[in-house]
Design a protein around this ligand. Sequence first.
Ligand SMILES: [Zn+2]
Length: 166
Amino acid sequence: MDGDGDIEYSRYTLDELRQAEASINSVQYPKNYANLTTEMEARLAEQARVVAEQKAKRAANPLEISGKTAEFVISEYELTLGRAKVVSVIAVLLWLPNLLDRFVDFERHLGLDSTVRLWLSALGVAIYGLFGWLYWNCPNCGKFPGGGWRRSDCRSCGVSLRATVE
Ligand SMILES: [Zn+2]
C-alpha cells in the first residue's frame, strides 16, 4: 500500500480520477485527496480552455471547420434560394383559388368546390413547410440560415451566403 501523497495522479485519465475521487478516504489520505482534487481541477480547466478555443475558432472562420470553400457555399445557397422561389410560386398558386374565392367562381370554371380549394391550400402550406424543413439549409453548417431572400450570412455559423453584400 502506498503512503499518503505517493500516488501520481498526473498519470490517471479523467475517468480514473473521477473513480478515485468517488472511492478515496480523504481523512485517511489527506495529501492524496489534495493532489487528486488539484489534478482534477487542472484537467477540467484544460478541457474548458480547449472547448472555448474551438468555439472561438469556429466563430472566427466557420469555413475552416466544414472544409468547404466560400465559393461553394455561395453557389449552393444560390441554388437553394432558386428552389425556394419555385416552391413559393407553387405554394402561392395552390393558395390562389382560396384567396380569390370571393372574386372568381372557381367551382363553375374549374370544378373546384370549397373542399378541394381547402385541400389545395393545405397542400401549398405542406409543400412550402416541407421544403423549408428539409432543404432550406446553410451549405456550410446544414442548419436553417434564417429566413428572407436577401440574407447575407448564416445566423447559425455566420458564414457569408452571398458574394456581394448590398
Ligand atoms: Zn451556417
